[in-house]
Design a protein around this ligand. Sequence first.
Ligand code: HEM
Length: 886
Amino acid sequence: MLDENLPTFYLSNDKKKQSNHVLFTQHGNEPEPAYTLRRLDPSEPSSRNRYAVALYDPYIPDILYGEVLIIPEWTQPTLSAEAIRQNGGVPPPPEPIMPSQFTVHLYNPDQEIIVRHKPKTWNSQPSWEFEMPQQSFKQPSNSTLDQVQSGPAASDVTPKLRFVWRKDGSLSKDFACYLSGKTTTPDGRKKSKEPDITISILKGLREITLYEPNLYRVEMEDFKGLEVVLMLGAAVIRDVFFAPLKDAFNVVGSPTSSRTNSATAEVPTIPSNHARKPAAPASANSIPPRQPTTTVPLRDTRPPQTQQNPDPRTKWEIDAENARIKQQEDIARRERRRKAEEEERRTRKLLEAEQKAQRKKQAEVDKETERLKKILVYIATICIYRLFFHPFAHIPGPFFAKLTGAYGLYHAWLQDTHLAIYRLHLSYGPVVRYGPSRILVNDAHGMKEIYGYDVNFAKGKAYEVMRLNPVESVFNVTDKKMHRRKRKLVAQGFSEAALRASENCILRHVDLFVERLFDDDDDDDVRNENEGWSSAKDVSIHDIITDLVFGKSTDVLTKPDNRQYRPMLISTGQRMAMAIQMPQAFRAGKSGQWLDLGTWILKNADDKRAQWAGMLRGWVMERIKSEMATPSNESKRRDMMSTIINATDPDTREKLSPQEIGAEAFTLISAGGDTTATAISATLWYLSRNPSTYNRLVAEIRSRFSSAEDICAGPTLNACTYLRACIDEALRISTPVIAPLYREAGPGGAMVCGVYVPEGYEAACQAYALHHNEKYYPNPFAYQPERWLDHDSPLAADPKTAFFAFSYGVRNCAGINLAYLEINFAIARLLWSADFRIPSHSFSLAKIGGGDPGNKEPLRRREDEYQLYDVFASEKEGPMLEFRRR
Ligand code: HEM
């Protein structure tokens, strides 16, 4: 402070605040607000590219003393075309030029004080000159003219005092304002040049001290106006001429920082305390402004603005913004076009791919159609050939059987193969075509032509597909020489000595079976306590057969859990029955697995078959191991397996390999179990339904043996001819092996019943049809064991000539003697120990196993016929009988 007695104003330096108090002090008094200095709000878009400052009354915010608005001139920096191009076509922004003058608008009375800037030269400091009229106020007058005329301030003739702000020195930041003279004319020619009088000092660009003693020398009417001009002038000099121009004019860096189009922006607004909240004191030591005591009508304090011609910077911003928008639009358009092109390309690609896929599909369809056509033509040709030109074309038979093996497959699936074949022979005669290249013969002579010794027939493809093991067994081997070798070895298991060794084992199981018939625990029992009758459901020959083969019983009889073996066996048999009818559909694949036709026809069949095969394989390996561990001479137990394991070919001294032994074990279990069980069951069935036969047999057995234990192999048993007749008659009428036993003609073919069977073609007999052929068995459905005894009828053929239960010739049943032994023991010991009859108290139980009058298949309607179902051998139910111990 120059002198605390001088009036001094403080301009706040805080440019961030748009409203600052100008404080006043004199004589060491506390500073008090004298004015409010307001600037533009830089955040307002309308404040851009211009500078404005206004001086308000600190207490009555609507009183505006004066203001300055500077809209700068602009200069355009030059850039190379390349640089502009790189800048997206936007030229560099215009830069503001230091103004050469500015105008202070004073109000009431309205005056415009132009402050002209003289820039610094090499020998002078910059200065800011302005003139103010000596007189500003109208003289009070009653003259209307005086009142209408503008005041002296606006008058050209009013003498003006000239002032100048000048910097003290090039290094100093202080300014002084001098009264430098008076103009008497508007053109200034009559200037009165007087020595400069210092009237104010601006110290450090913030402290304005009025040089009071000199001020009185200024002959001026409107001192307040001068004070305002000094204040605003100092503020403008400080803000505009001693600060970066860009800051002063609120020039923003790039148009992107504000999206507002300045051309349409509102007029810049100097924030008003009236419009906004009252201005806060500039500093902590500022004295809060007193409350306004007077109300002054509001007035528009803003200078008029021209919106049509925006300044170059705004224009540049607009242009830059437009260019940016255009550039963005271009980019967006290019992006859209690129996307559209990409989409188009993608669509085209998709379309092409679709068309390609369609063409490919079409080609596949065409190929498939062509293939189908070929197949159809092939099928049609085959059909025509099979119907009209085939070697068996003249053989009668069902239409479909002539065309495909599926006919036989279908009946195997229905499990009524034997019935279908019986009916066909009735319809078409002794030779029937049962497949495209298959004939069935219902003639004893024909049977010998197919199965006899030294015939040109052998087991063929039908047996190949039945193999469960990769290794052939005596049952399914097709090569005749190989069969001879195997049969010779296997036959040792059925030799007289072997059978004698098996006798005790068989008898033990037979006794167990008989005992079981009186077992109280059987759930299926229907007991009649008073009379002592009880019933049993099934005969477990499996126990006997597995014991005989492995020396290990399946114990089906005593352990109900073990009955799981049976479904496995049955499912395997059903698959065999179907495979034999249409081998081509069950051919072994490369990996040795069968094609799965059977699997989708017979659910779970494969699993069961695999289970069965796995279980047997385990048994075989176990048995072979134990046999190897026991020296043969020490072997206590001579079962069939030990015989087969140790059997040697008398010519070659060769033994069967473990795999071959496994295959044989499987064959023996399969071939010997159910077949014998069916024979025993059928015999019991028919005996129970034919009382006279039953009585005659009972008499024979009970008269020849004194006890059940007496019944064993030997002449006494052999002498029981009626027993054998009963068994043979049961085997005839309900023959255990149902499937036709196909044989393939060898090279050169063969004749059967006058029909030429070319090489590779097949012929077969089917036991059920043959056994019900009236030519050999008059009244075929009647159970007449007598027909096997005393055969002396010249009218009927010897029943033995057409007996096919065990097949015939070189491939007949290898276990025939064992089978008879088992059946004989079972029937004889049972009949010696007990009586049996049809259940008398349960009609439904009595019916089990017989035909049903309501059956769709007429051949299954005979109630007294024991019904069998094709599983290559046969599946059956019951019989359910009542037993009474003697
Ligand atoms: C009543 C009981 C039996 C009947 C009705 C019967 C029936 C048959 C029939 C018809 C064949 C010929 C199969 C064909 O050509 O495809 C056959 C073969 C065979 N049977 Fe039996 N069988 C019975 C019991 C047994 C027993 C208990 C065993 C031995 C445990 C056995 C072992 C064999 C063997 C190994 C063959 C194959 C023979 C070969 O092709 O050389 N059979 N059986």
